[in-house]
Design a protein around this ligand. Structure first.
Ligand code: ZN
Length: 320
C-alpha cells in the first residue's frame, strides 16, 4: 500500500490513481488479477468507469473473450457495495487457474459534482445539459429524506443518524462542502462493508484483496479523484490479515485545504503530508438555511468558495 498512501486525501487525476493501483498490484507478483468496480448509476460516473476500464482492466485483467477484459461491476444509485458481490467475483476470476497468487482489486467510488462560478466553486451540483443538477443526487436525497428514492433508506442506514445530523448542521459541516464530505464518508463506509465480508470469505486461491475507496470529482473538465482509503486483506494463509490506511468516516472531523488548486482532505486519523501548510479554503457564504433539500440546483445558490479551484489538466487522459 506504500504506493497509494501518498495519494490518500489528495485530489489527483484518475490516471495517476490507477497507475498507482497497478503498481501496488504488481508488487504482489500475482499469477492472476481480478477486479470489482462500484460506481453510482449517474451518467457523470461514466468517465470514472471508462478510466478504470482503460487504465486498469485493459492492462491487468485476463481476457474474458477475444478483445474483452472486464471488471465485475455494481452500478447503483449512490455507489453502494452489493453484499455478496466480491464472493461471486472471486469465484469467477479463480476459474482462470489455481496456481500462484491472486490479487483482486475492489474499487469503490462515491462521487460529487462541482459547479464553478465567478464567485468560486460549490460541491454537490453539476452543470449537465445546460442546467445545474444535484450530483450525487442519490446522496442528496439520502441527506434530506424529504424526497426519498428507493436507495435512500439503505444509504441513510449506512451513513447513520450521527453522521446525517452532522452533515445537515451548517455549523458542523459548511453547506458548500456537505456533499463532498458525504461522498467521502460514504466511500469509506461502503468499503468497510466490503472489508467485513472479505475477512471471512473462503477464497478459492491464495488471494490478496485490495479495497480502494475514492471519490470521483465530476468537473466540467476532466474528472479527478480523491483517494479516501486503502484496505489490504491478506487471504494467502488460513487466518486473514487486515491492514488499513486512510481517512475515517466522520464528516464532522474532515478538514479541507487547497494545494496548487487541488483539494486536500484530512481528519484526526489521517493527515496528508504538509496539510497544515496548504491554503485554507475560505467560504464566502455559509447560510445555515441552506438545507439538503433535493433540487435541480440554483445558479444563485449562495454556497460557494472564495478560492476557485483551477481546472486540472490530465494530459495523459487527453492523449488516449
Ligand atoms: Zn450519484
Amino acid at each position: 500500500m506504500n504506493e497509494l498512501e501518498p495519494l490518500i486525501g489528495r485530489e489527483e487525476s484518475m490516471v495517476t490513481v490507477l497507475d498507482r493501483v497497478r503498481l501496488t498490484v504488481g508488487r504482489f507478483q500475482p499469477t492472476r488479477v481480478g477486479a470489482y468496480h462500484v460506481t453510482c448509476s449517474d451518467e457523470a460516473e461514466w468517465e470514472c468507469a471508462d478510466a478504470f476500464q482503460r487504465w486498469f482492466a485493459e492492462r491487468m485483467l485476463p481476457g474474458l473473450k477475444p478483445g474483452s477484459r472486464a471488471p465485475f461491476r455494481s452500478i447503483n444509485l449512490g455507489g453502494r457495495y452489493e453484499p455478496g458481490a466480491l464472493a461471486v467475483a472471486e469465484s469467477h476470476y479463480a476459474a482462470s487457474g489455481s496456481d500462484g497468487i491472486t490479487v483482486i482489486v475492489a474499487k469503490i467510488n462515491a462521487h460529487v459534482g462541482v459547479v464553478e462560478t465567478s464567485e468560486g466553486v460549490r460541491f454537490g451540483h453539476f452543470p449537465r445539459y445546460g442546467q445545474e443538477s444535484t450530483c450525487c443526487g442519490a446522496l442528496t436525497a439520502a441527506l434530506s429524506d424529504e424526497a426519498p428514492i428507493p436507495a435512500s433508506a439503505e444509504l441513510r442506514e449506512t451513513l447513520g443518524r450521527t453522521r446525517l445530523a452532522a452533515l445537515n448542521d451548517g455549523e458542523t459541516v459548511p453547506p458548500d462542502l456537505r456533499l463532498l464530505f458525504a461522498a467521502v464518508a460514504n466511500a469509506r463506509l461502503q468499503s468497510r462493508r466490503a472489508v467485513e465480508e472479505l475477512t471471512t470469505l473462503p477464497a478459492h486461491t491464495p488471494t490478496h484483496f485490495l479495497v480502494v475507496a475514492g471519490v470521483s470529482i465530476n468537473r466540467p473538465g476532466p474528472d479527478t479523484e480523491l483517494l479516501v482509503s486503502v484496505d489490504h486483506i491478506d487471504r494467502t494463509d488460513v487466518a486473514a490479515k487486515h491492514a488499513t490506511i486512510g481517512l475515517d468516516d466522520d464528516p464532522a472531523a474532515y478538514k479541507v485545504s487547497v494545494d496548487l488548486g487541488r483539494l486536500v482532505l484530512a481528519d484526526a486519523q489521517f493527515q496528508p503530508p504538509g496539510f497544515a501548510m496548504h491554503a485554507e479554503i475560505q467560504l464566502s457564504r455559509t447560510p445555515s438555511s441552506d438545507t439538503a433539500a433535493v433540487s435541480d440546483g440554483d445558479p444563485d445558490d449562495p454556497a460557494s468558495l472564495t478560492e476557485p479551484l483551477p481546472e486540472i489538466d490530465d494530459a495523459q487522459s487527453q492523449a488516449e
